[in-house]
Design a protein around this ligand. Structure first.
Ligand SMILES: *[C@@H]1O[C@H](CO)[C@@H](O)[C@H](O)[C@H]1NC(C)=O
Ligand SMILES: *[C@@H]1O[C@H](CO)[C@@H](O)[C@H](O)[C@H]1NC(C)=O
Ligand SMILES: *[C@@H]1O[C@H](CO)[C@@H](O)[C@H](O)[C@H]1NC(C)=O
Ligand SMILES: *[C@@H]1O[C@H](CO)[C@@H](O)[C@H](O)[C@H]1NC(C)=O
Ligand SMILES: *[C@@H]1O[C@H](CO)[C@@H](O)[C@H](O)[C@H]1NC(C)=O
Ligand SMILES: *[C@@H]1O[C@H](CO)[C@@H](O)[C@H](O)[C@H]1NC(C)=O
Ligand SMILES: *[C@@H]1O[C@H](CO)[C@@H](O)[C@H](O)[C@H]1NC(C)=O
Length: 306
């Protein structure tokens, strides 16, 4: 009776401690499918899969079958796949392979969503690529054409999908061209045009001189390097007394503008609002106050005194 009991105990223990053998050959197929040969010594064996990348991200799952599709796998990244059999909660020894997913020869890592956006005085040029190719791109070719000037474009190699083009003039017309560079290939070039939004051009006073009846002023305009919006006119308003518009033919040099206001009364204070009109509209006014000189003694009076 005792002997029978002992035999039954041994049989149960042996079954409970079946340690599954490691899995056989592991393979990663081109369609991102991981496959392995079964562990066959224990009944009802399932498989624990651990996937790690060189930058230590980890993924883990358990499957009953002999394959698993690694749908999230990115190209040009190396992975380690570790598989351990589990039978009746007993974990067998892990087996592993390291592999990466090389780019299929025909792939075009195309640029998407290329656009510019204004941030203060700068333009942020941005684009995207399909994220599964992120690790494959060495850099991007970026060409910046200034379409108002027939110069060779600025050429840059940038490693991130964006570039900040600093201090852009208002109304400037740019053209951006971007292509990815990976292995020895270039992806399809994406192009976009970008016009910097228009802004008004506030004048500043350079020089003022006056006589009894005339006030002469000299105005400087914002330079072409800062603001390319076409200038149309200078407006001088003096309340209800006068309202004059000087048409301006705009050039890249943006020379100073001289304005003479005549027919004024001697020894009087005049208030002016001076503004520039360009393709963005009329600027904020430059406000000034100038007093005309008292009437000069005539030359005849001077002669008598001498
Ligand atoms: C097989 O294993 C699974 C989970 O590991 C368990 O739910 C199931 O009951 C087992 N089947 C048998 C027949 O032991
Ligand atoms: C993957 O495993 C499942 C379950 O074991 C099986 O039905 C299927 O045929 C396998 N797929 C391939 C492509 O081997
Ligand atoms: C990739 O593009 C760059 C910049 O346009 C060019 O200089 C280079 O020759 C191109 N390379 C290939 C392989 O087409
Ligand atoms: C972009 O600008 C270029 C050169 O000025 C022009 O030929 C092209 O038609 C423009 N493209 C678009 C989409 O406006
Ligand atoms: C104003 O400008 C005119 C023309 O350039 C000149 O003849 C005159 O002397 C100037 N007057 C003053 C006060 O500067
Ligand atoms: C100048 O503009 C200000 C603000 O718009 C206004 O209050 C003022 O009356 C104007 N002055 C003249 C001389 O036009
Ligand atoms: C000044 O003249 C322009 C047209 O010459 C007119 O549109 C504007 O209303 C006038 N402004 C004032 C303050 O008189």
């Amino acid at each position: 009776m005792l002997r029978v009991c002992l035999l039954v105990f041994i049989a149960v223990t042996a079954q409970e401690t079946c340690i599954p053998n490691p899995v056989g050959e592991i393979e990663l197929l081109a369609d991102k499918q991981l496959q392995w040969a079964p562990s066959q010594n224990c009944p009802n064996t399932s498989y624990r899969i651990r996937i790690t990348t060189q930058n230590a991200r980890e993924f883990q799952t358990t499957v009953p079958g002999l394959n698993f599709t690694v749908s999230f796998m990115m190209y040009c990244q190396s992975y380690t796949f570790r598989i351990a059999p589990i039978a009746n909660n007993v974990l067998g020894e892990e087996n592993y392979i390291s592999a990466d997913l090389p780019l299929p020869g025909s792939v075009d890592v195309a640029i998407q969503g290329l656009r510019g956006s204004l941030i203060a005085d700068d333009v942020l040029i941005e684009w995207r690529i399909d994220s599964t190719y992120t690790n494959c791109v060495d850099y991007y070719h970026l060409f910046i054409y200034d379409d108002d000037r027939e110069e060779v474009p600025e050429y840059l190699q940038v490693t991130r999908p964006g570039y900040l083009l600093q201090y852009v003039p208002s109304c400037a017309n740019y053209r951006f061209e971007v292509a990815s560079h990976y292995e020895q290939f270039n992806g399809t070039t994406e192009k976009t045009n970008y016009t910097v939004p228009a802004a008004t051009n506030k004048p500043s006073l350079v020089y003022v001189s006056q006589s009894a009846t005339t006030i002469n002023t000299t105005w400087s305009l914002e330079k072409y390097d800062l603001n390319r919006c076409e200038i149309i006119a200078l407006h001088i308003k003096g309340g209800t007394r006068f309202n004059v518009t000087y048409p301006i033919k705009d050039t890249e040099e943006r020379q100073n503008v001289q304005v003479s206001v005549g027919g004024l009364r001697a020894n009087s204070m005049y208030y002016f609002n001076v503004s520039v009109e360009n393709s963005a509209g009329v600027s904020e006014a430059y406000q000034m106050a100038v007093q005309t000189l008292p009437v000069e003694p005539s030359p005849g009076v001077n002669t008598k005194i001498q």
